[in-house]
Design a binder for this molecule. Sequence first.
Ligand SMILES: NC(=O)c1ccc[n+]([C@@H]2O[C@H](COP(=O)([O-])OP(=O)(O)OC[C@H]3O[C@@H](n4cnc5c(N)ncnc54)[C@H](O)[C@@H]3O)[C@@H](O)[C@H]2O)c1
Ligand SMILES: [Zn+2]
Length: 337
Amino acid sequence: MERLKVEGEGGSEILLGIGLASLASLAPADRILVTDANVRHHWGHLMEGERVLEVGLGENAKTLSAVESLYEGLLRFEADRSTCIVGVGGGIVCDVAGFAASTYLRGLDFGFIATTLLAQVDASVGGKNGVNFHGLKNHVGIIRQPRFVACDFQCLETLPDREYASGLAELVKIAAIADASLFAFLEAQVEALRNRDRSCLEKAVARAVALKAHFVAVDEQERGERKKLNFGHTLGHALESHLGLRHGEAVSLGMVAAAELSVKRGLLAPHEAQRLTALLDRCGLPTRVALDLDALLPLMARDKKRQGRHLAFVLLQGLGHGVIQHLEVAELREALS
Ligand SMILES: NC(=O)c1ccc[n+]([C@@H]2O[C@H](COP(=O)([O-])OP(=O)(O)OC[C@H]3O[C@@H](n4cnc5c(N)ncnc54)[C@H](O)[C@@H]3O)[C@@H](O)[C@H]2O)c1
Ligand SMILES: [Zn+2]
């Protein structure tokens, strides 16, 4: 097992290679688990005797009413200030459970056992918790660090291929913005990664988590540097809600578009953009889609990172180096069409 620290307010500990089977050593006895039906179906035998609440499945379940249902469950279980909430699942479970825990009784302790690759490399680390609101992604939420995040590699065995590939997108993302050597590692090991080769996976997840922890440590409140983690997400979020794609699939398309914009601005060499597209392709992720700009641009214009007429857009200045540039919506339209 490997341990990493995330410096932030409260700080949290990331544990790699431990999980649900070691629940008792991860969380205090006064705990309530939050999970979803799929995780419970596969791994419920490791939750026997626990107090368990469920959130619904899919992006549409990430709502204030899901949070309210959790509050009702917490009330029913008579949770108090000493109760620890443990989210066991993917990004949806972590986002909703973290938000409910952060607001119930003005904030309970919480931790995550991340059971999807996406939650391990991204969603569970960094303390962003929240829900969608009126069709806007992650519009209501809070930044508050979990006590612990456990990346459970055993649970990944039952993760469907499409969900697994979606997680690979966030791995490629962090490599593209922050670590050229991780990018090269992913290129060299993509087959092994797709086959879920354990040692390869552990190396990649450990590096991704360390990089994410660094972004959080230098800029927990996302005033500057941390914004780079949104590479591929401005268009990605719009596509995710518009086309009903998995989060990572939408981010993959968003990254291809952002790389092309980077080439147009003279920041990225065309062959580097091609390397990114080829890697995403080999991960089994979508890299091409017909865009309905009239529907997408208004969605992008409502992005949280908008300031006036400008969108803070993450571009690449070479592979492994993200930069934030401001784009007008009109420029974006021209570039994307
Ligand atoms: N808070 C953050 O910093 C952050 C960062 C990135 C993404 N996110 C959010 O994360 C969400 C996506 O997360 P996700 O891709 O993990 O989705 P998810 O939580 O919906 O999980 C994907 C699917 O896999 C199932 N599943 C989970 N673990 C399983 C397992 N071990 N075996 C079998 N099935 C399993 C789930 O039930 C679900 O159907 C998005 O809402 C995104 O916005 C948040
Ligand atoms: Zn993401």
